[in-house]
Ligand binder design. Structure first.
Ligand code: UD1
Length: 421
């Protein structure tokens, strides 16, 4: 199994370009199904989840090929509207293909996306929104059989601002007749990116970034060339790496407005962070302070995806920080691994209380999920001695090459490959 070996206690110094956003590129790859011409995605991150989306597109008959760091998708050959169970299970966000296939083909057969390490991840909001647009959905032995010869636009009210449901319904609404308004929509920057991509292909979508998104359906979509947004969680991870190890780094392409709650917490902890057109520059020279309670919430609140990496950065802070996880049920699985490194964390239900310690020590630790795995790397950079991080396949789902990036920032980190990725 591949693993990362990290020797901590070395201040960071350097710069790195932040990769394209996983959570933006995955719905955009599903959205390519709507385009009747080739789509070129510039700076598409090479990730396990992107590979899984490419496999789904190819399975559907589409052509998807890499040209350097661009991914070119041509859906002209689309000849299927079902996705096999094996492909669906590879990636949690495969459900997003449902709205796109329905919009393009009027029918779709696919199974539920795989179970999740973060706890239950239902898609009931996706399904009820699609039904409201006129889709007939039956479940037969774990397979969702969806039929929608005609989708009709209307107002859809989400009972909670689900990111995936908002995206799925935006895609389906593009294939509906008339206007769809999605109320209580998620407001994440990735939704804005999806809107920009769809409009670049000829769609008329407005309001993304607010809680009401309007889609005028029935338009013809053409191909386009599009550069997706920089990954705000990867940028947050590298800022937390700096906070853990100390030093001075520059993150090219990072946009502070996308991660304002994360930078606010890090400033409160004692980091200096400056933002300009080209990215972010961050300096951290002293032991951090604990910060006010960190409560995860839908955007523009503190992102659940940055909870673990911030926690890792604060393990050696002065004082006590309370974390409250409000999005996913099972999002403290990294805690036991951090404890092996000498961290003091008490978990009770959705709350985790971190009491800063003077020193952390290296240890063999195991990734439990994507962001939890990144948090182990962040903690290891601030720990004395060597840490071996195993089961890094989780990290590969969302980071193009975390070892390459952290090395560019001056970290002592090597990836030991013992099998094919
Ligand atoms: C997306 C992100 C993920 C991030 C999450 C929250 C992608 C590919 N993934 O996931 O990295 O952590 O947003 O910011 O963009 N829910 C339901 N029923 C539904 C849908 C969701 O109950 O039909 C619940 C979920 O269980 C969860 C909450 O709503 O508790 C938020 O989920 P959602 O916003 O949908 O997250 P994802 O789109 O899965």
């Amino acid at each position: 199994m591949s693993q990362l070996t990290i020797t901590g206690g070395r201040a960071l110094r350097g710069e790195v370009t932040v990769q394209g956003a996983k959570n933006s590129v995955l719905p955009i790859l599903a959205a390519t199904l709507l385009a009747r011409g080739p789509v070129e995605l510039l700076g598409c991150p090479r990730l396990r989840d992107v590979d899984a989306s490419v496999r789904i597109l190819r399975h559907l008959g589409c052509d998807a090929r890499w040209e350097g760091s661009s991914l070119v998708v041509d859906t002209a050959g689309l000849n299927r509207c079902e996705i096999s169970d094996i492909l669906m299970r590879e990636m949690r966000s495969s459900a997003i293909f449902l709205g796109a296939i329905l919009a393009r083909c009027g029918q779709a057969d696919l199974s539920y996306p795989g179970g999740c390490e973060l706890g239950p991840r239902p898609i009931d909001l996706h399904l009820s929104g699609l039904r409201d647009l006129g889709a007939e959905i039956r479940e037969e032995g774990g397979v969702l059989r969806c039929r929608a010869p005609r989708l009709m636009g209307r107002e859809l009210i989400l009972s909670m601002p689900s990111v995936g449901a908002t995206e799925n319904l935006m895609l389906a609404a593009c294939g509906a007749e008339g206007t769809t308004v999605i109320s209580n929509a998620a407001r994440e920057p990735e939704i804005v990116d999806l809107q920009m991509f769809l409009n670049a292909c000829g769609a008329k979508v407005q309001g993304a970034g607010s809680s009401s998104v309007t889609v005028e359906g029935g338009r013809t979509f053409h191909g386009c060339t599009y550069a997706c947004m920089p990954d705000r969680i990867v940028a947050s991870t590298y800022l937390c790496a700096l906070a853990s190890a100390g030093g001075s780094v520059r993150l090219l392409g990072a946009r502070e407005r996308h991660l304002a709650t994360v930078t606010a917490a890090l400033r409160e902890a004692g980091c200096a962070i400056a933002s300009d057109e080209g990215g972010l520059t961050a300096v951290c020279r002293q032991r951090l302070r604990a910060v006010r309670a960190v409560r995860t919430a839908p955007y523009p609140g503190f992102p659940t995806d940055a909870q673990a990496v911030l926690m890792a950065a604060l393990l050696r802070s002065r004082g006590t920080t309370v974390f409250e996880e409000n999005i996913f049920e099972n999002r403290y699985r990294h805690v036991d691994e951090l404890t092996r490194m000498g961290a003091r964390i008490r978990v009770s239900g959705r709350t985790a209380v971190v009491t800063g310690v003077e020193t952390l020590h290296g240890a063999p630790v195991r990734c439990t999920d994507l962001r939890g795995g990144a948090a182990l790397c962040v903690a290891a950079l601030g720990a004395e001695g060597e840490t071996q991080v195993s089961e890094i396949c989780h990290i590969d789902r969302g980071y193009e090459d975390i070892a390459r990036d952290l090395r560019a920032l001056g970290a002592d980190i090597v990836r030991v490959e013992t099998e094919e990725r």
